[in-house]
Write a protein that binds this ligand. Structure first.
Ligand code: ADP
Length: 292
């Protein structure tokens, strides 16, 4: 399986260029699509999920034309949208059985398939409760169960960990990491940790443009030796932002520690820092803004 996206563009009627000439090669395994809010991630996910049309460009899944042959894509697709509506009072079990019918899973297999999925996402004990009463984490696990119905080969999950607490997020990571190596899983997120924990390949997008595509490791290696850190006073932040390319600032015990990008040692009390994926993300976004 291979998803090949070439020169995909989409401009909304209000003039927002949500995607500009996006080209990506997405192999099997977990693929992270990382970008801040408004980057164009959901637009790309909805186009790949056949829910929205692109203006131009192509997308092919092996030999399927994703933009034209929508029925063929839908047969292979599992989609967890950013927000999904659930009916009040309908239990997870009823809902999954209903969706299994819609997915065309043969009657004799429905019960077994649904039960296995409920076990797999660890909701068996809660199967008779209304999905609308679930916690955020349970709801997202239910979302994965419905996305996995019918053995999809292309799975798209859009911002799945937003709003989950750390424990729920970890359970969700474990679930995603078990999906398997032989399918394509695209994880769209603005949370760097999601990609760090799960993805063997990634892209960073902002303003509808691809700023990086490759492995997280290659991005980290490229940045090694260029990230410097220093603890400063809160009042100094603006001054440092004016003088350096500040890519992040974190509070540690109430004191800001800034990371700056520089090919040479800036001196001034800065120390070499190990680049992390967070640095990659902000460095790429900063570089993207400087070239616009
Ligand atoms: P992300 O998922 O990365 O947050 P989106 O794809 O939702 O990004 O949005 C990309 C840009 O397109 C944003 O500027 C957003 O405001 C705009 N946008 C999204 N959907 C629409 C729409 N239906 N009509 C007009 N603008 C939209």
């Amino acid at each position: 399986m291979q998803l090949t996206i070439r020169n995909l563009s989409k401009t909304y009627p209000n003039g927002v260029k949500a995607l500009q000439d996006v080209s990506l090669d997405i192999p099997t395994g977990m693929y992270g699509l990382l970008g801040p809010n408004g980057a164009g991630k959901s637009t790309l996910m909805r186009i790949l999920a056949t829910l929205q049309d692109a203006d131009s460009g192509t997308a092919t899944l092996d030999d399927i034309n994703v933009l034209k042959d929508k029925d063929a894509v839908r047969r292979l697709l599992g989609y967890l949208p950013q927000e999904f509506g659930v009916y009040p009072r309908i239990s997870a079990l009823e809902m999954l059985r209903h969706l299994a019918v819609l997915k065309g899973i043969p009657g004799a297999q429905q019960k077994e398939v649904v039960n296995a999925l409920l076990e797999r996402v660890n909701l068996w004990d809660h199967r008779k409760k209304a999905v609308s009463s679930y916690s955020g984490g349970m709801r997202q696990r239910f979302g994965i169960a419905q996305a996995l119905l019918g053995d999809p080969k292309l799975i798209i999950v859009d911002e799945p960990t937003a709003g989950l607490d750390p424990g729920e997020r970890n359970r969700f990571y474990n679930l995603l990491s078990e999906i398997g190596e032989n399918v394509i899983v695209i994880l769209s997120t603005h949370i760097v940790e999601d990609v760090k924990e799960l993805c063997s390949n990634m892209a960073i997008i902002n303003s509808g443009q691809v700023l990086y595509a490759g492995t997280p490791d290659a991005a980290l290696t490229a940045l090694q030796g260029q990230v410097w850190e220093k603890a400063i006073a809160k009042a100094e932040i603006e001054d440092y932002q004016n003088r350096y390319q500040v890519i992040s600032s974190k509070l540690v015990a109430g004191k800001p520690i800034i990371h700056v990008l520089s090919e040479t040692n800036p001196g001034d009390g800065f120390q070499a820092a190990d680049a992390d994926l967070e640095d990659v993300f902000f460095a790429k976004i900063l570089a993207g803004q400087l070239t616009v």
